[in-house]
Design a protein around this ligand. Structure first.
Ligand code: CP3
Length: 387
């Protein structure tokens, strides 16, 4: 029977706090220390050791079995010993719709599948809005995995907890799976905006409670993945995305305060939300770090976020499919290119940087090419100037 740890003192002391320093804005890119690095989806199918676990166990069995979730979370930390500065708990954003009573399957070659997606506002009313969710009971397997992983990490690197942005989950719950256009979810929002907002509010409340539980279990930073933030109009973004992204840190902060637990740093990754207004807004809603996809130049992102937040990203994941020469060239561009992170820092532009890809690493990547990328980033960051 799982219980939250009585005190965080029972965990091994953290020996590498580069991520937390950068995410708290304590450490701007100052060219005297290496920025922290991790890889979105770093525990995944590109690793043969992950494939080996998946051959024996279904995707959600891995998520629901703390020993297995812990094991695959540690795999990239072991393989890239000394080259990664963070771990992220192995789970999925879709465990939240499951906790809300929806069935979700993971189909090989297809991806997530909801046999019974939300049909219409009346359906959402009875299945989602009128339903009380026992977040702790439904998701304590994630908490157990987090607590176990904090021990397994032996303080090597911090552990990140996560959830989805409400709009992204709404999309899956309405479409029943991934979609190119997300038109069912969009049609719903256009046709029944008040109902959509009520559902988004409910998802945000459940997600906030889930994030708080992850902190109680031992998560040291929280990231919100709003992967579908690119599919609405600017007005739609302001109506159905931004308010619910803003609600998460607000609810998490106040709930943790009432428990006398310090709020860890939070990161928002709203993929595709890269207009000046959107970057500016994301930097002012309670997150300490804004994640960037690869379509935005670091200099431009800094211009619109100021030094209010650290930035995370944003190497194109496809670069890792382009071979070593391309990796070297693109890492060079990310750091010391005319609009690169280190060029900006050299010019005195303030703000922290957490190195990452602009989206998750893909299954076709050779793990040795991923290692080469990590090494090249370190090499470029060790330089104090362009050459
Ligand atoms: O290492 C980590 O980053 C932690 C694990 C993690 C997974 N999913 C594991 C996973 C995280 C952070 C996620 C988040 C997630 N899940 C997102 C948001 C981030 C993003 O990448 O956009 C989304 C949209 C999902 C939903 C989801 N889960 C999809 C669309 C898929 C299918 C992907 C595919 O390419 O088939 C998944 C499955 C999934 N989640 C896998 C992994 C490692 C692969 C499935 C498998 O092992 O069979």
């Amino acid at each position: 029977e799982y219980r939250f740890p009585a005190s965080f003192d029972e965990f091994p002391p953290l020996r590498n706090d580069a991520l937390l320093q950068s995410a708290q804005g304590v450490s701007p890119v100052d060219l005297t220390r290496l920025p922290p690095i991790w890889i979105m989806r770093q525990a995944g199918r590109y690793l043969p050791e992950f494939q080996a676990v998946r051959k024996e166990h279904s995707f959600f069995t891995v998520c629901r079995t703390p020993e297995l979730a812990c094991e695959v979370t540690l795999q990239p930390i072991r393989r890239y010993e000394g080259l990664l500065d963070a771990s992220i708990i192995f789970s999925d954003i879709l465990v939240v719709p499951q906790a809300m009573g929806m069935e979700v399957q993971m189909l090989g070659g297809v991806g997530p599948h909801f046999p019974s997606p939300l049909k219409n506002p009346e359906d959402a009313q009875s299945r989602i809005l009128d339903r009380k969710v026992d977040v702790y009971e439904e998701l304590k397997y994630v908490y157990a995995a987090i607590t176990k992983t904090r021990h397994g990490l032996e303080g090597k690197v911090p552990l990140i907890g996560f959830c989805a942005g409400p709009w992204t989950l709404f999309g899956y719950m309405v479409e029943g799976g991934g979609s190119r256009t997300w038109e069912k979810a969009k049609a719903w929002a256009y046709k029944s905006p008040e109902n959509a907002k009520a559902v988004l509010q409910k998802i945000a409340e459940v997600s906030a409670e889930y994030l708080v539980g992850q902190v109680q279990a031992g998560a040291q930073l929280l990231q919100v993945f709003d992967t579908n933030a690119d599919c609405l109009t600017p007005h739609g973004f302001d109506t159905f995305i931004l308010p619910y992204l803003a609600l998460l840190p607000k609810l998490v902060r106040s709930r943790l305060a009432s428990l006398s637990i310090p709020c860890p740093p939070m990161t928002v990754f709203a993929k595709g939300a890269t207009s000046p207004a959107q970057l500016s807004a994301l930097s002012q809603i309670g997150y300490q770090t804004v994640g960037l996809d690869w379509t935005v130049a670091p200099r431009y992102a800094r211009q619109h976020t100021g030094s209010r937040v650290a930035l995370q990203g944003n190497l194109d994941p496809s670069v890792l499919l382009g071979g070593k020469e391309a990796i070297k060239r693109e890492v060079r561009n990310l750091t010391w290119g005319p609009d690169g992170f280190l060029t900006c820092a050299r010019e005195g532009i303030k703000g922290g940087w957490i190195v990452n890809l602009g989206h998750g690493i893909t299954p076709g990547v050779d793990p040795e090419d991923a290692r080469y990328m990590l090494e090249r980033v370190r090499r470029e960051c060790a330089k104090k100037s362009k050459d």
